[in-house]
Design a protein around this ligand. Structure first.
Ligand SMILES: Cc1ncc(COP(=O)(O)O)c(C=O)c1O
Length: 412
């Protein structure tokens, strides 16, 4: 395909597969070969590939109307979806702006934070990933390749330290990171100029690092003290991925805003910004919009997705499968000392090797020999991440772990 392809080559490829269909955790390629997909399209296909209820909702909606532009008229799925989101998001979140992608939602969160606070700067955490537009690039420090050659990036974005997850004294590490934030307030940007702090409850692209509870509490305290908005970026960790509907629920923190995308509509391009009503009230009418925002097919896919995720026992399965996966991977650590860390929450799990070459070799072996699709991640590419569709079964977890074990033995 390469020489004659009309498709941009910009994508860094994990596999060369061309997929023609998908169901649950499986995808089938153009040669009719089936693969076990433990990427869920980077944690987006939350209910699995082509979940029948999501397919039905999309098909029915496509037959009613495909597009309804919100400046021109509203449509009959916007309020039901907003109402449903208000039920499943944290108490503080009760008003929603719909968008098309993660990047857009992050951009919009910054815009409304500026209107709500009258302040111009924001703070992000070192190693976080928030997107690929100019502003969200400036907010992202998980890998320099994502920013290289694109500068200068927008100003007004300050980067606060993130505690080293593998430091032996976690308490001291977290205190040091919080002192670093206080120093940033004293030396670079006064807290009275900061509109919002953006927090990933599980740091995503740097390699699935759960943000420590005490650190999140410390950030939230500083937000309260200085009138700064606490924004949870749950683009990747939301919609059941960590075994809770939203990862921030594990912490005693009510976010002021919540960024949602990926799993919200089972992989259909759709996104939402949840916020306190008072924040929306401060937003100047007419100062934000978009042709396709709140697309009715996206709304239908999101409503069906939420129905599936809220079925009794659904999140219990995510929790149980996550524990099964982490336990099995920790056993694998006995096989090979170069598998240095196993960490994660629910079905957002990382295995970190001592080199990127090893991670790539293991991922390649899993694909070639076992037809299991895994994906590397992390600042130095040493991490293999596990993010299957949330409908994954116990047998599928065992199948993937077995493939990983064979790959570890074959590549050591
Ligand atoms: C936390 C977080 N925010 C934003 C994004 C950007 O999402 P997208 O790649 O869909 O634009 C990602 C993508 O991985 C993410 O994990």
């Amino acid at each position: 395909m390469t020489g004659s392809s009309h498709v941009s080559k910009v994508w860094a490829k994990t596999t060369d597969l061309q997929v023609v269909s998908g169901h649950g955790c499986r995808v089938v390629d153009v040669n009719g070969v089936e693969y076990l997909d433990f990427t869920a399209g980077i944690a987006a296909a939350s209910t699995g590939h082509s979940h029948p209820r999501v397919v039905q909702a999309i098909s029915e909606q496509a037959g009613r109307f495909i597009h309804a532009q919100q400046n021109v008229y509203t449509h009959d799925l916007l309020e039901p979806l907003a109402g449903r989101l208000a039920e499943i998001t944290p108490e503080s979140i009760d008003t929603f702006f719909f968008a098309n992608s993660s990047d857009e939602v992050l951009e919009v969160a910054v815009k409304v934070a500026k209107h709500a606070t009258g302040r111009h700067s924001i703070i992000v955490l070192d190693g976080a990933f928030h997107g690929r537009t100019h502003l969200t690039m400036a907010m992202s420090t998980s890998r320099s390749i994502d920013r290289a050659g694109y500068g200068p990036l927008p100003s007004g974005v300050f980067i606060a330290p993130f505690p080293d997850p593998h430091a032996s004294d976690q308490e001291a590490e977290i205190s040091a990171a919080l002192r670093g934030l206080d120093r940033l307030f004293a030396t670079q940007v006064a807290p009275s100029e900061v509109a919002a702090i953006f927090v990933e409850p599980v740091i995503s692209e740097r390699g699935y690092i759960p943000t420590p509870a005490a650190f999140i509490r410390g950030l939230a305290e500083r937000c309260r003290e200085h009138g700064i908005l606490f924004v949870a970026d749950e683009v990747q960790s939301g919609f059941g991925r960590t075994g809770k509907m939203f990862a921030i629920e594990a912490h005693d923190v009510e976010p002021d805003m919540l960024c949602m995308a990926k799993g919200i509509a089972s992989g259909f391009p759709f996104a939402a910004l949840g916020m306190r009503r008072s924040i929306d009230d401060s937003w100047r009418v007419g100062s934000q919009g978009g042709s396709s925002n709140g697309n009715p097919i996206g709304c239908a896919a999101a409503l069906a997705t939420i129905d599936v995720l809220t079925e009794p026992g659904f999140l219990d399965n995510v929790h149980a499968r996550g524990n099964q996966l982490i336990d099995a991977l920790r056993e694998m650590q006995q096989l090979d000392a170069s598998l240095r860390y196993v960490r994660g929450r629910g079905l957002m799990v990382a295995t970190e090797f001592d080199s990127a070459d090893r991670a790539v070799a293991v991922v390649g072996h899993c694909l070639r020999e076992s037809r299991v699709i895994l994906m590397p991640a992390g600042t130095r590419g040493r991490t293999v991440r596990w993010m299957p569709p949330l409908v994954v079964t116990s047998e599928e977890i065992s199948e993937a772990v077995q493939a990983f074990g064979s790959a570890i033995r074959a590549t050591s």
